[in-house]
Design a protein around this ligand. Structure first.
Ligand code: COA
Ligand code: ZN
Length: 299
């Protein structure tokens, strides 16, 4: 088993998409640059979605092109549909986070497609991505609990993950979009998925709505998962999923991983500077659960 954990920082997308304060492109770029300085190697920098639906993410193509493409750094962008994929390709994205939802209502609310339509679209996009040499991270949202339909069955999620794997997704990301998972549910689902696909092809995305974000990360680590989404300062939330609070905070995940003996490549004291920056840019104090401790003991 590897002794490192990959952190995929989603603050510039999941974090900023729901902020009242809309950042301009220079501010978004300065945020991404601050995250890179901390040692993060995987960053979701924005999304190609309707600017009418999510004005905070307008200009993601320009942002992507303004970032220097350094070897070993992966900047991903989220897309909900074919149009988003085409815009991402035009902006020369190399890694695309493609979203589908486990439940019908969430799919309609977030993507305006049925589950069947969105899976058909995903199959086409993944096929195109192979030809375009673009890496696809397929996100299965509301994989534990849906704000509209309640509990989501693990067997449904396993079937949907299998479909995404068969389409050829490079990575399957199990997303607890509103933060309603618990460690037992995570263990039950992820044990089976890790056995089926191996840890290389899986990642988890947790929100901290019920204070179980870190417990869920721990449960997934125990199941063999080695890649996690998180958001510096615990920024985040989905404007289309009522009740979604911020992502599990990157500084909390990094601290726990380091204390458990895993490497992440992230320097927490520099990461805290990115928290300071985003607090000042969003004009609201951000910070994970360990923020006070870390600020006084690490920085
Ligand atoms: N990127 C940019 N614009 C997009 C787009 C995309 N991926 N998908 C659709 N649009 C545009 C359409 O061109 C159209 O623009 P217009 O009004 O100027 O003609 C407008 O969005 C609405 O299109 P419509 O055909 O009515 O809807 P749709 O079904 O194609 O798209 C969504 C609907 C869901 C894609 C769109 O509402 C959206 O982007 N929502 C945000 C989803 C999101 O970010 N969720 C959180 C992250 S998971
Ligand atoms: Zn999320």
């Amino acid at each position: 088993m590897t002794d490192s954990i990959v952190i995929n920082e989603v603050g510039p997308r999941d974090g900023l998409q729901s902020q009242k304060k809309h950042l301009d492109l220079d501010q978004r770029k300065s945020f991404v640059d601050a995250l890179v300085r901390s040692g993060l190697k995987n960053i979701e920098i924005g999304s190609f979605v309707s600017p009418k639906a999510v004005p905070q993410m307008a200009g993601t193509g320009e942002l992507l092109q303004s970032l220097s493409q350094v070897k070993g750094l992966t900047y991903s962008v989220l897309v909900p549909n074919q149009k988003g994929y085409e815009l991402a390709r035009m902006a020369e994205a190399r890694t695309v986070a493609l979203v589908v939802s486990a439940t019908e209502t969430m799919s309609q609310k977030n993507l305006r497609m049925s589950v069947e339509q969105s899976f058909a679209a995903a199959e086409g996009i993944i096929h195109e991505a192979k030809l375009d040499s673009i890496t696809i991270q397929a996100y299965l949202s509301v994989a534990f609990f849906c704000p509209f339909e309640g509990s989501v069955s693990a067997s449904l999620v396993r079937d949907q993950a299998r479909q995404l794997a068969e389409f050829g997704a490079d990575e399957i990301v199990i997303a607890d979009t509103i933060g309603a998972a618990d460690p037992a549910a995570v263990r039950d689902l992820m044990n089976g998925l890790v056995e089926e696909y191996g840890s290389e092809r899986l990642a988890c995305h947790f929100h901290d709505t019920r204070a179980m974000g870190l417990a869920n990360v721990y449960a997934a680590i125990e199941s063999g998962v080695r890649k996690f989404d998180s958001s510096v300062g615990g920024l985040g939330g989905c404007p289309f999923a009522p009740g979604a609070k911020g992502n599990v905070a990157t500084e909390d995940v990094v601290m726990m991983c380091h204390q458990m003996g895993f490497e992440t490549g992230v320097d927490i004291s520099i990461l805290l500077k990115a928290v300071e920056l985003i607090s000042s840019l969003t004009e609201s104090q951000q910070g994970g659960r360990a923020h006070y401790w870390l600020s006084n003991n690490v920085a």
